[in-house]
Design a protein. Structure first.
Length: 74
């Protein structure tokens, strides 16, 4: 079996997919966990839960980006 030659468009598509998915992970992490923090803040009356939720969301999103795109499989 012969390998198929990769066209340059395929590499550009892969780069575009990564370029769109990284900010999407970050934004969705902030929205989801910030929203959870906001709901808990509203429910308990502790306003400091909102920034904690945002920080947790960003940290988890960065971790997911690292797991998805940062590792090189050998």
């Amino acid at each position: 079996m012969s390998e198929q030659k990769r066209r340059p468009e395929e590499g550009q598509r892969e780069f575009a997919d990564v370029a769109w998915s990284v900010p999407s992970y970050l934004l969705s992490g902030m929205i989801v966990w910030g929203g959870i923090g906001w709901l808990l803040s509203w429910w308990t009356g502790w306003p400091w839960l909102i920034p904690i939720g945002l920080i947790i969301g960003v940290a988890l999103a960065v971790y997911l980006v690292y797991v998805q795109y940062g590792r090189h499989s050998s």
